[in-house]
Design a protein around this ligand. Structure first.
Ligand SMILES: [Zn+2]
Length: 83
């Protein structure tokens, strides 16, 4: 999925010119309005909100390997045991 930005001045779609990581959970997007009559440029923040399902990278190595080779039904069971 790509991020779409919108100009707050004229409502046109904007283009992301560049972005910078502003810490672990915040990304700043530098945008410019695509409407040539507007030309507004601005910065937006993309902020991490919350985890919906845990990263497999956070799991102990042994369990991760087990999950990788387990069929989907087995994976659900293993995840259920974790929480
Ligand atoms: Zn605009």
């Amino acid at each position: 999925m790509s991020v779409r930005v919108q100009c707050i001045k004229c409502g046109s779609v904007g283009r992301i010119e560049s972005s910078s990581q502003e810490g672990e959970t915040v990304k700043k997007l530098y945008c410019i309005c695509k409407n040539p009559e507007c030309g507004h440029s601005w910065a937006e923040e993309l902020v991490f909100s919350h985890t919906i399902s845990p990263s497999a990278l956070d799991l102990p190595e042994q369990l991760r390997q087990k999950l990788q080779h387990a069929p989907p039904a087995e994976q659900i069971k293993l995840f259920a045991e974790l929480s």
